[in-house]
Ligand binder design. Structure first.
Ligand SMILES: Cc1ncc(COP(=O)(O)O)c(C=O)c1O
Length: 479
């Protein structure tokens, strides 16, 4: 049976014998239940010590390859093929195994996203990476790196100085009413959304979401299999008047201060109506305040969360746009009675956020760098926005219709073309964008491109506009 085993001087004998025996059992060359020579016999045949053979047999027994039967010898384990998935070369997930998994929620844009997460100019949501004050950041990072206290574990809820800095910032800049113990640090806004689902959703609960809306939110909202109902927009903002006809919901996701992607801003009377509706229907509002720092001419509206005491609002924010997406740090502000639930949910789904990064952000805020950086970026993005708008008007008039609000980091160019195809084509030319149609769900959709101008230089704006002009004029992407 073991005539085909060859040992040489390349590796320790014990290791070679182990590997060759295991490989033959996995390949079924030594079938389940077949008998192996005694250790004495094998040692003689292979001209190696009996201790070496015994050690290999013991290991193979411990791993379930072999079994001893009292008084009869050593055999290939009877159940070896049920253990095959652990040791074998077959793919771990057989195609038919996925049939027993719950279905992936049907969402437009899923496949598109697989290739979409790259840092290309015009990628929506991407800040100007070159404008990041990397020297000051590195200095602070280096300072924090040397602190022993940051090398171990810390609080799941988040590094206290960072929670304190965020609470102060949100109170003064966004009118959020919170104490630091209501702030939970998350791995990006995305984890904040996911935690909300963990804590608040029960099977069958209905969830409402703006339509069109942020796809990252919809992925989270739909992830537990709850029905997600689209709420239409009116004049580029959530149509608050449409809500009463839609019935009850446990959660409503919205971007009141800069609707994503259409850019509208919910005015004060609509905000009041929305809060009234939520209070009357026992609905939690998820307020995604993802880019309010970049309102160019007016101070942004105070956050919904802070309009009154005890609003039914879960406030979500992120450093992805104000600092860098790669940091993966966001935050959630929740009413006091919910804090513990959220911390437990976070503990269960990944635990703490990276401590060194949290400490670096905290010092970056405390020492005034954050405010300075935001001031500079607001000016920079305003200039880019103006330039982009005027080049669109000059070159793409009649081909696209810009849907522009004087805020944020992206512009939507609506038009009657195949937006999925155009966006993929632009990607092959080195420019990011997302198709507007992929942000719609339910019935009805419109086409266009969402262009994140914040990440684009003047040359890139020029090059991309020229490409779009040629492509749209050639009619290759008509809808
Ligand atoms: C509407 C909206 N919310 C939130 C985020 C931030 O997400 P994260 O913090 O997970 O990077 C983005 C990023 O693109 C966004 O567009």
């Amino acid at each position: 049976m073991i005539d085909d085993i060859r040992l040489d001087g390349s590796e320790p004998l014990q290791q070679q014998l182990y590997q060759q025996l295991a490989a033959r059992i996995i390949d079924r060359r030594y079938p389940a239940g077949s008998r192996l020579p005694s250790s004495r016999q094998l040692a003689l045949d292979m001209r190696i010590s009996r201790n070496t053979v015994n050690a290999v047999y013991d290991q193979l027994k411990a791993e379930g390859f072999l079994q001893s039967r009292a008084g009869r010898g050593v055999f290939v384990h009877q159940n070896i093929h049920s253990g095959e998935l652990q040791h074998g070369k077959r793919p771990l997930l057989q195609p038919e195994a996925s049939a027993s998994l719950p279905p992936i929620p049907e969402l437009k844009g899923n496949r598109y996203d697989a290739a979409g997460d790259v840092s290309l100019a015009f990628q929506p949501g991407l800040p100007d990476l070159d404008a990041f004050p990397i020297r000051s950041w590195n200095r602070i990072l280096h300072h924090q790196e040397s602190r022993k206290i940051l090398r171990g574990y810390d609080s799941t809820q988040g590094y206290p100085p960072l929670r304190r800095a965020i609470a102060q910032y949100l109170c003064s800049a966004r009118g959020v009413r919170c104490q630091e113990h209501q702030v939970i640090i998350t791995n990006g806004a995305q984890q904040a959304l996911s935690l909300i689902m963990d804590v608040l959703l029960e099977p069958g609960d209905r969830v409402f979401s703006e339509n069109p809306g942020y796809r990252g939110a919809r992925y989270a909202l739909a992830s537990r299999g709850n029905p997600v109902t689209p709420v239409p927009l009116k004049e580029q903002v959530l149509d608050v008047d449409a809500l009463p006809a839609l019935g009850a919901a446990k959660l409503l996701f919205c971007t009141p201060t800069h609707q994503y992607p259409m850019g509208g801003i919910l005015d004060i009377s609509q905000r009041m109506a929305l809060l009234r509706w939520a209070q009357g229907n026992q609905t939690w509002i998820i307020e995604d305040d993802y880019d309010s720092e970049f309102h160019f001419y007016n101070k942004p509206f105070v956050a919904l969360q802070g309009m009154f005491e005890n609003t039914p609002v879960l406030y979500v924010g992120s450093f992805s746009k104000t600092l860098l997406p790669a940091l993966r740090v966001g935050y959630l502000v929740v009413p006091e009675p919910l804090v513990e639930h959220f911390v437990l949910a976070k503990q269960a789904s990944g635990g703490e956020s990276p401590l060194l990064i949290q400490a670096t952000i905290a010092e970056f805020i405390e020492t005034g760098h954050f405010t300075r950086h935001l001031r500079r970026m607001r000016q920079l993005y305003r200039d880019k926005w103006q330039h982009f708008q005027s080049r669109i008007a000059e070159e793409l008039g009649g081909l696209v219709t810009p849907v522009a609000e004087s805020a944020g980091m992206h512009v939507v160019l609506e038009g009657d073309f195949n937006d999925v195809e155009l966006s993929s084509w632009l990607r092959t030319r080195g420019f990011g964008s997302t198709p507007l149609s992929s942000h719609f769900f339910g019935n009805g959709s419109r086409t266009g491109l969402i262009m994140g101008f914040a990440s684009a230089s003047e040359q890139e704006i020029e090059a991309c506009i020229n490409l779009l002009k040629q492509r749209l004029e050639s009619g290759t992407t008509t809808g």
